[in-house]
Design a protein around this ligand. Structure first.
Ligand code: ADP
Length: 159
């Protein structure tokens, strides 16, 4: 039986921190399914379609990675895709409270799915999509933190 993890998030847009986590995930799981949330409450800069396309470009060559939009309850999505693990990233202590809350809620709805947390390489420990957007607005150098094509699209969008 293959071990499938779903990695949910907004990915607005995907950063090297997100990619780092996926690359760690595929070392442990047979497949990592990236589930891109619509998330109307977050007022995203990119549409779901755009966010999915960026991720597809990056993981095109990796057959262990699949990408879908997330338009239902996460545990239902996981069951639909035979995923038994929810993968989430933990950067700083500040992520902890929210993530534990989320994991507990998901477990109460679906006890057969475990949440697994991984931390990124140190250089991405402070990285978030919102900080990327903020720095991009002011023309800072982001080449170490985000894919080249995604950065170009971001700069274009902000122009
Ligand atoms: P959400 O709206 O679910 O917080 P995000 O796209 O911001 O969506 O994050 C998706 C997941 O990726 C979360 O588990 C988050 O903690 C994790 N994550 C975000 N940025 C990083 C990073 N730099 N390193 C590791 N994990 C990260």
């Amino acid at each position: 039986m293959s071990l499938i993890a779903v990695y949910p998030g907004t990915f607005d847009p995907i950063t090297n921190g997100h990619s780092d986590l996926v690359n760690r995930g595929v070392k442990i799981f047979d497949k990592v399914i990236i589930a891109v949330a619509q998330n109307p409450s977050k007022n995203t800069l990119f549409t779901v379609k755009e966010r999915i396309e960026f991720i597809q470009e990056i993981f095109d060559a990796n057959s262990q990675v699949e990408i879908y939009s997330l338009d239902k309850l996460l545990v239902d999505f996981a069951n639909d895709h035979n995923a038994t693990v929810i993968l989430r990233g933990l950067r700083a202590v500040s992520d902890f409270e929210y993530e534990v809350q989320l994991a507990s809620m998901n477990r109460s709805m679906e006890p057969n799915i475990e949440s697994v947390f991984m931390s990124p390489a140190e250089e991405y420990g402070f990285l978030s999509s919102s900080i990327i957007k903020e720095i991009a607005k002011h023309g800072g150098d982001l080449s170490k933190f985000i894919d080249k094509a995604v950065l170009a699209a971001l700069q274009k969008k902000l122009r």
